[in-house]
Design a protein around this ligand. Structure first.
Ligand code: G3P
Length: 217
């Protein structure tokens, strides 16, 4: 499973990238707002830190303007992946942009049929929003399973990018179902390593080691 970080916080991205944990980054208008920076400058900096795809989202809702924005965003760096919403205009833009050999992440996916359309439009990634479906009192993870089954049935190349991930358990479940990518907020990504028995075990080893009075090397 590939890990993308779902943030536009350059400091967090740098730290996680230095750990060797990042395969890419996803941003969206809300995350750009949170970063407090200018979309072009922030995205350019992120693209210079991470080698993998960096999703940058168009904000136009009409095809022609989407294509213009996609062109502007694409010029930021070679590893830009254009993010478009799951609308008819977004799907049309997806088809045209991927037809030019560029990567597209189709976002705001809440149903399996939407995901089917995105795959038919040649999407590189489909982003089902797990947490927001959970918020409605429905199990968001079921959608990942449905999309996986449909994509496997027809051998679609589109990668399932589990998004709106909120918990460690979301990451585990998405990996068990076989989502290709999880885009995870920085804090949740770091929480994946945590286990109380690891901390306890390490403490005991270090305490015993201190009693030996030895030094390695
Ligand atoms: O990956 C999409 C994500 O940024 C949305 O997450 O927590 O706002 O539903 P959330």
């Amino acid at each position: 499973m590939k890990f993308f970080v779902d943030t536009a916080d350059v400091k967090e991205i740098r730290e996680l990238n230095d750990l060797g944990l990042l395969d890419g980054v996803t941003t969206n208008p809300s995350l750009i707002l949170k970063s407090g920076g200018n979309i072009t400058e922030v995205t350019r900096e992120i693209c210079s830190i991470v080698e993998g795809p960096v999703s940058a989202e168009v904000v136009a809702t009409e095809y022609k303007e989407m294509m213009r924005e996609a062109e502007v965003l694409s010029r930021i760096a070679d590893n830009i992946c254009i993010k478009v919403p799951l609308t008819l205009d977004g799907l049309k833009a997806c088809k045209a942009i991927t037809g030019d050999g560029r990567k597209v992440n189709v976002t705001l996916c809440f149903s399996a049929t939407q995901a089917l359309l995105a795959a038919k439009a040649g999407a590189t990634f489909i982003s089902p929003f797990i947490g927001r479906i959970d918020d409605m009192g429905v199990d968001g993870m079921e959608l990942i399973g449905e999309i996986k089954m449909i994509y496997d049935n027809y051998n679609f190349d589109t990668e399932i990018l589990a998004a709106s991930i909120r918990t460690v358990n979301h990451v585990k479940q998405a990996a068990m179902i076989g989502a290709h990518v999880a885009t995870v907020p920085p804090a949740t990504l770091k929480a994946l390593v945590k286990h109380p028995l690891t901390d306890k075990g390490l403490e005991a080893f270090l305490s015993d080691w201190a009693k030996t009075g030895q030094k390695i090397g």
